[in-house]
Each structure stands twice: as structure tokens, then as C-alpha cells.
Design a protein around this ligand. Structure first.
Ligand code: FAD
Length: 141
């Protein structure tokens, strides 16, 4: 059996001197869903725009304008929700709910600019997150 690593999104340099990183080389994989194809293609599009305009800093700017907030929200959500096996089980179990399944499918299939699907998806876990946070406060008291 062979395994292939999917990179995690972390803050990296988008370019160095005359080398530009796109897709997996930059780690443009959406946290939680681990989708990399769409975002690799978008990073290529933004990089080519920056090259055309002879302004490599534009690449990161275009990326952040379009995806910066979405990746940040999902990264924070992932760090919390995938923090231990118990939480991962809770994350999996909530996907038995048809409403959450629909929301997760929409996240995969609908990428148009300005849709509010990511905040909606994260909000659906609000109850679980606050229950875990409350338990932690009690344990730490
Ligand atoms: C098992 C698995 C399942 C996945 N499932 C999904 C999914 O369902 N949906 C989704 O959106 N994403 C998925 N991903 C992530 C997605 O495949 C990647 O994020 C995406 O393909 C990255 O595109 P890329 O062009 O950056 O890199 P790649 O697609 O890896 O392309 C890089 C290319 O460069 C070539 N290459 C490497 N070194 C050299 C070299 N020295 N000279 C010339 N060529 C070279 C490689 O052969 C390869 O063809 C999955 C990844 C894995 C591993």
C-alpha cells in the first residue's frame, strides 16, 4: 500500500526572489475538507495575474482577498475540532444530520465569491464547541 501526503495550510512565503509557489507547494489545501484541486488552480490563476502585472506581491494580496478569511476560519475550526479523538468523533457524528450533510456538500460544490457557507458550517457546531469549552473551564477550575 502507498500513502500520499496532503499538505496542511500554514502561513508560508508565496514567492521568494523569482520563484513562485502554487498549489501543494504552497499548501493551498482547505482545512477540514482537505480539498486542494480547486485552490491549486486558483493559486495558479492569481500567480499568473501577478506575473502579467510584474508585481509578485499582488499574488498574496489576491489570494488573501479571496480566501484569506475562509482559510483562517477553517484552520481555527480544524485545530479545535480535530484536537483529539473524542472531538473528531463528535465532528463525524454530527454529519449524520441531513442538514449538516447538505451544508458540507454545498461547501464542496459551491465556491462562488461571497457565499456565506463556511461561517454557516462552523456555526452549526456552535453548540458542541461551547459545551466542550464549558467542560474545559470546569476541569480547569
Ligand atoms: C490521496 C489524496 C486524495 C485527495 N483527494 C482530493 C479530493 O478529493 N479533492 C481535492 O480537491 N483534493 C484532493 N487531494 C489534494 C489534491 O490532489 C492536491 O491538493 C492537488 O492535486 C494539488 O495540485 P498541484 O498541482 O499543486 O500538485 P500535483 O497535483 O501534485 O501536481 C504536481 C505535479 O508535478 C509533478 N512533479 C513533481 N516533481 C517534479 C519535477 N521535479 N519535475 C517535473 N514535474 C514534477 C508531479 O508528478 C505532479 O504531476 C487529494 C490528495 C491526495 C494525496
Amino acid at each position: 500500500m502507498r500513502a500520499f501526503k496532503i499538505p496542511r495550510w500554514t502561513k508560508r512565503n508565496f514567492y521568494r526572489k523569482n520563484i513562485i509557489l502554487c498549489g501543494d507547494a504552497l499548501g493551498t489545501v482547505m482545512p477540514v475538507s482537505f480539498e486542494g484541486i480547486y485552490y491549486a488552480m486558483k493559486s495558479g490563476q492569481f500567480a499568473s495575474e501577478a506575473i502579467k502585472q510584474n508585481d509578485l506581491a499582488l499574488y498574496e494580496k489576491l489570494w488573501n482577498e479571496r480566501f484569506g478569511k475562509q482559510f483562517l476560519i477553517m484552520k481555527k475550526f480544524q485545530d479545535f475540532m480535530f484536537g483529539n479523538d473524542k472531538r473528531i468523533d463528535k465532528w463525524l457524528n454530527i454529519h449524520r444530520n441531513p442538514h449538516i450533510q447538505e451544508l458540507a456538500m454545498a461547501l464542496w460544490l459551491r465556491k462562488e465569491k461571497g457565499n456565506k457557507l463556511i461561517p454557516l458550517y462552523v456555526k452549526a457546531f456552535g453548540g458542541i464547541i461551547s459545551r466542550i469549552a464549558l467542560t474545559q473551564v470546569k476541569i480547569n477550575m
